[in-house]
Write a protein that binds this ligand. Sequence first.
Ligand SMILES: Nc1ncnc2c1ncn2[C@@H]1O[C@H](COP(=O)(O)OP(=O)(O)OP(=O)(O)O)[C@@H](O)[C@H]1O
Ligand SMILES: [Mg+2]
Length: 259
Amino acid sequence: MVNGLFQGRDIGIKVSDLNLWYSTNHALKQISIDVPKNQVTSLIGPSGCGKSTFIRCLNRMNDLIRSCRVEGDVVVDGTNIYDPDIDVVELRKKVGMVFQKPNPFPMSIAENITYGPKIHGIKNKNELNRIVEESLKSSALWDEVSDRLDKSALDLSGGQQQRLCIARTLAVNPEIILFDEPCSALDPISTAKIEELIMNLKKDYTIVIVTHNMQQAARISDYTAYFLHGKIMEYGDTEQIFENPRVKSTEDYITGRFG
Ligand SMILES: Nc1ncnc2c1ncn2[C@@H]1O[C@H](COP(=O)(O)OP(=O)(O)OP(=O)(O)O)[C@@H](O)[C@H]1O
Ligand SMILES: [Mg+2]
C-alpha cells in the first residue's frame, strides 16, 4: 500500500489477506486493499483475473457458489463480514450490488423499488411512495417514468432498466454500492448517464466498480486497482495508475499491449 494514498480519508472497506478458492482453483491470492469512503474505486484487469470474484466477496455473494471457499477478513464498519454470526440479509442491504445485465423484477416500476423496503418491514404507504420518488430521483430516472410508475419495468429501455436497478439498490439505504460492469450492455448515451450518476452518488455512498472500459475508469474513479491472475498488481490514485503506472504489467494492460 502506498503511504498517504488516502490522505486521512475514512476507510469504507478494509480487506486483509483475502484468499478464495473454487474447488482447487485458487482464484484470489492474498488480496489486501483499503477502499476509501465516499469515493469511486475501479477494478480493472483482463478477463478471468478475478474482478467479479473479488467484488462478490464484498457482500458475500460467493456464498451462493458451493465450490467456493474464502479465507481472510473483509471489514465494514468495524465488523468482519465473514464472522459466522453476521446476518447476510442485513449485510446485502448495507452493501448493495448492480450487475452487468439490467435485471429488473417482472413487476411494475414502483414495485421493483418497494420490494426491498417491504422485505425489511416498511409497510406505510406514504413512506413507500416517498422511497419510490426519492430513489428514482437519485437514480436520474424520475422525470422519465413518474407518469407510469404502475407500468411494467420490463417495458423500459436497457439504460432505463439499469437506472431502475440502481434505484432499487438505493431504496434500502445502503452504505456501499458494488457495480460489476454496469454499462457493458448499454449504448454510449445510457453509459454517459450512468457514469454521471455514479459520480453524483459518491457523495452519499462508497462505490466500487468493475469495468473493462479504461476511459470509464479514468473518467469516473478516484482510485484504481489493477488485477492480474487473482492478485492486485497495483493500486493507487487513478491519475497515477493511468499516467504513471509503476508496474510494467499495469502499463501493458492500460496501453492495450495485452488483455
Ligand atoms: N461460479 C464459479 N465457479 C467456479 N469458478 C469460477 C466461478 N466464477 C469464476 N470462476 C473462476 O474464477 C476465476 C476468476 O473469474 P472472474 O469471473 O472473477 O473473472 P473476471 O475478472 O470477472 O473476468 P471477466 O472480465 O471476464 O468478467 C476464473 O478462473 C473463473 O473461471
Ligand atoms: Mg467479471
